[in-house]
Every structure is written in C-alpha cells, then in structure tokens.
Design a protein around this ligand. Structure first.
Ligand SMILES: *[C@@H]1O[C@H](CO)[C@@H](O)[C@H](O)[C@H]1NC(C)=O
Ligand SMILES: *[C@@H]1O[C@H](CO)[C@@H](O)[C@H](O)[C@H]1NC(C)=O
Ligand SMILES: *[C@@H]1O[C@H](CO)[C@@H](O)[C@H](O)[C@H]1NC(C)=O
Ligand SMILES: *[C@@H]1O[C@H](CO)[C@@H](O)[C@H](O)[C@H]1NC(C)=O
Ligand SMILES: *[C@@H]1O[C@H](CO)[C@@H](O)[C@H](O)[C@H]1NC(C)=O
Ligand SMILES: *[C@@H]1O[C@H](CO)[C@@H](O)[C@H](O)[C@H]1NC(C)=O
Ligand SMILES: *[C@@H]1O[C@H](CO)[C@@H](O)[C@H](O)[C@H]1NC(C)=O
Ligand SMILES: *[C@@H]1O[C@H](CO)[C@@H](O)[C@H](O)[C@H]1NC(C)=O
Length: 367
C-alpha cells in the first residue's frame, strides 16, 4: 500500500514537472523585450496609460479587467489576446471611466475585455485605433491567473507617498500599529519620499511586511495635490492619481489577502469595542454578510456587487494624525483613549525599529 502511494506520488510529481516545463517553454512571448515591466505604461498617444490587466472571473463570462488612466475623450480601445496555440484575438473593451475625476481631464478607468473562447494566453496588449503607431505594442502579463492562494488575512494599502515626505517616526509607528492590529502586508505606492523614510521602507521590505510599488505618475501627467480640478493650474489628474493606486492595490491583493484596508500613512483604522482587526472583521462579517465591491474611490465605493456598509463609531474609528490646531475651544474637545491600550507594545516595538534604523539615518535633516 505504501509503495503504491509512493508511486502515485512520483507520478504526480512528474506530471507536475512536465506541466512546469511546458509552461516555461510556451509562455515565452516572441519578443520578450516588449514585456511591460513598469507600474505605468504609456500607449504613446498621451491619452492612455495602462497599469495592469487582472483576471476577473466574476460576472456572466470571465473577463480581463485592465486598470488604466485615460483621457475622458477616449472611446475606443481593444484588448489583443496573444493566444499560445492559435492566432491572436482582438476584443473591444468596454470602457468604464470612474465617476470620481473631480473635473480633471484624466481619470481611472476599467477596460473590460471578455475572455475569448479557445484561446490560452498569458499576455495581452491594449491598443487604440488611429493612435500614432507604436510598434511593437507592449505585452502585459495578465495577473491573478491562475489566482494566487491567500497568504495573509489583512493588507493595508497606502496610496501615493509624494513630495519630500520625511516623517520617519510616523512611518514606523503606523506600520508597527498595523502589525499589532493584524496586518500581514502593507502595500505602499511611492512617488517620492525623503531619503530617511526610504531607509525605513527598506528596513520593512527586508522584514517582509512591506511591498513598495513605484508610482512615477508625474512622468506622464501633471498631477495636483488637490482633489478638485483647478482651472489655473491646468493639472491633468487629481491627488497623484490616488484612485488608480487604490484600485490597483485592491486587485493586486484580490487573491492574496482576505481583507484590504485603504488608508493613508497618517491614518489607522482602529477597532473600538474589539481588540484587533481579526475579531473586528469576524464580527462585521456576521453582521453584514452581503457587503462587497468592484471599484473604489477615496472615501466611498463606486461600484459593488453586494451592499456597502458604514461601520459605526462604536465598532471602529479612523484615527487620523494631523499637525493642525482645531478651530474649536479646547474644552469642547473629548480625549479619545482607544489607542492607549496599545501604548506599551507600540512603544516597545517602535523603539526597537528606531534603534535599528538610527545608525543609517541622516541626522543632518530633521526626522
Ligand atoms: C525585439 O524588439 C526590440 C524593440 O523593442 C527590437 O530592437 C529587437 O530587434 C526585437 N528582437 C527580435 C528578436 O525581434
Ligand atoms: C522588461 O524586462 C525584460 C526582462 O527582464 C527585458 O528584457 C525587457 O527589455 C523589459 N521591458 C521593458 C519595456 O523595459
Ligand atoms: C505627448 O505630450 C508630449 C509633451 O507633453 C509631447 O511632446 C508629445 O508630442 C505628445 N505626443 C502626442 C502623440 O501627442
Ligand atoms: C472551440 O473549440 C471547440 C473544440 O476544439 C469547438 O468545438 C468550438 O466550436 C470552438 N469554439 C469557438 C467559438 O471557436
Ligand atoms: C479611425 O480610422 C478609420 C479608418 O481607418 C476612420 O474611419 C475613423 O473615422 C477614424 N476615427 C477617428 C476617431 O479618427
Ligand atoms: C487568518 O485568520 C485566521 C482566523 O480567522 C487564522 O486561523 C489564520 O491563522 C490567519 N492567517 C494568517 C496568515 O495570519
Ligand atoms: C498606557 O495606558 C494605560 C491606560 O490604558 C495607562 O494606565 C498607562 O499609564 C499608559 N502607559 C504609558 C506608558 O503611557
Ligand atoms: C545628509 O543630509 C544633508 C542635508 O540634506 C546632505 O547635505 C548630506 O549630503 C546628507 N548626507 C548623506 C551621507 O547622505
């Protein structure tokens, strides 16, 4: 019996190896120098910028959801599926420009392309008819296909760190706090930051909790630090393309993480009644089993499958650290000590990291 099992095991391994072998041989595209490797790829028309295609099996037929940033006038785009065994297939994309452009000419869009039958593929290209020809078209590897397996319960998505952000202490405290609350991963989009913050990010990347996604949006479009379009500045996209990063983060983590939190580095979603995110989400899922989403904005959900649920302040609050004096008298403020229950562990953990990064930090700059 044992021998039998052993043979089966070997057989399965061989099958598996031959599968891998085939995969490796066949997925190689004709010219690998066209594979897009950046977070943002321009299609060459100044109107269409591709982030990444994600496999999406929801809906009546499986489709590819290509996350993109497009000019609002773009009406016609095609997905080109590079089939492995047969000739390529083109499919017209259904363009869904997100509503939350706040009057900017460019916005986040989903380009939905139905998967063609009888075509196995790994790469697709996106093209726009009549745009100045760029040959060869970049190839995008379709992500989430096959889906990953869940590796963490909670991921925190932090959109666009930009400018000369230099708050080392806040970066450490926020990440340590997310860890205490149950985060298994932090995905952070970085446009630019101070060299000292960069060193802290390196530390957490080595530790394994942090994934940094480069976000060079300003190479492509004039970005604003405001959310609303300003006629004078003539900026092309709001908030460093924040909604694009939030949506990208959502799909990037779709199969890797059970839950995703979307917030800024100065924000912490803090359970009030319960201790951590694990018990909070278990409780919320029981209470609101029908909540789920497709497209996200900064403070709301644009499109979802199930319901949207607002969580009461008794359950959880968004803790937001701001360096401003409130325009209200001091005695009308209430002290909130929700965070205090973590005071000892937060201080210990943060101090440990500070001790480790201190020698590599440039002290001639204020941190
Ligand atoms: C691959 O494409 C590059 C340009 O992107 C070109 O220079 C090169 O000659 C191509 N290689 C082959 C083998 O076709
Ligand atoms: C992407 O990476 C591959 C291999 O690492 C390289 O051959 C190719 O030139 C890169 N493509 C672009 C568009 O930079
Ligand atoms: C795109 O914009 C850049 C500068 O913003 C300009 O130099 C270039 O000619 C434009 N390309 C097209 C195809 O419009
Ligand atoms: C797909 O392939 C199957 C079998 O090879 C064939 O019967 C079917 O007609 C094909 N479908 C399309 C849409 O080409
Ligand atoms: C694109 O080109 C086709 C002909 O190739 C033409 O009929 C069509 O009007 C063009 N569309 C635009 C938007 O220029
Ligand atoms: C995720 O949470 C479940 C309980 O809900 C726990 O059993 C499991 O170990 C957690 N996984 C990770 C990777 O932390
Ligand atoms: C931590 O918070 C508790 C209240 O939750 C308080 O009694 C204690 O003094 C605090 N410790 C420090 C070091 O701040
Ligand atoms: C430290 O920062 C100062 C001021 O920004 C800069 O002039 C100096 O070159 C930096 N030192 C190192 C070693 O990077």
């Amino acid at each position: 019996m044992r021998k039998y099992f052993y043979i089966i095991n070997v057989f399965v391994s061989i099958l598996w190896l031959s599968y891998i072998y085939h995969q490796q041989v066949k997925i190689k595209p004709r010219n690998s120098s066209n594979i897009a490797n950046s977070t943002i790829t321009a299609l060459g028309d100044n109107q269409t910028f591709i982030l990444a295609p994600y496999y999406d099996p929801r809906g009546p037929t499986p489709s590819i959801r290509v996350l993109a940033i497009i000019h609002h006038s773009v009406r016609e785009l095609y997905c080109w599926f590079h089939c492995i065994h047969s000739s390529s297939v083109t499919v017209r994309a259904q363009i869904e420009l997100h509503r939350d452009r706040f009057a900017h000419p460019y916005g986040t869009a989903d380009l939905l392309c139905t998967e063609p039958p009888n075509c196995s593929y790994h790469y697709i290209s996106v093209y726009r008819p009549n745009a100045t020809n760029i040959t060869p078209l970049p190839l995008f590897e379709v992500r989430n296909r096959p889906p990953h397996t869940l590796s963490v319960n909670f991921t925190v998505c932090i959109s666009t760190m930009y400018g000369d952000y230099n708050n080392v202490l806040q970066t450490i405290q926020s990440i340590e706090m997310y860890k205490l609350l149950g985060a298994g991963r932090v995905t952070l989009y970085v446009n630019k930051c101070h060299e000292n913050v960069d060193k802290v990010l390196q530390y957490y990347m080595e530790e394994g909790i942090l994934e940094v996604v480069p976000w060079p949006i300003d190479k492509f479009l004039r970005t604003s630090t405001d959310w609303y379009y300003n006629l004078k500045s003539k900026n092309q996209i709001g908030y460093y393309g924040q909604t694009a990063t939030l949506n990208d983060c959502l799909y990037r983590n779709m199969y890797r993480s059970k839950f995703v939190f979307l917030n800024d580095i100065d924000e912490i979603i803090l359970p009030v009644k319960l201790y951590d995110w694990g018990s909070l989400m278990e409780n919320l899922q029981k209470q609101y089993p029908e909540t789920s989403v497709f497209q996200t904005s900064i403070h709301s959900i644009l499109k979802g499958e199930g319901k949207t649920t607002l969580v009461t302040r008794e359950m959880a609050i968004s803790f937001h650290a701001k360096n401003i004096t409130p325009h209200v008298p001091k005695d009308s403020l209430t002290e909130d000590r929700t965070l205090w229950r973590f005071n000892v562990s937060l201080e210990q953990n943060s101090n440990k990291v500070i001790q480790e990064v201190l020698p590599i930090i440039n002290m001639s700059d204020r941190v």
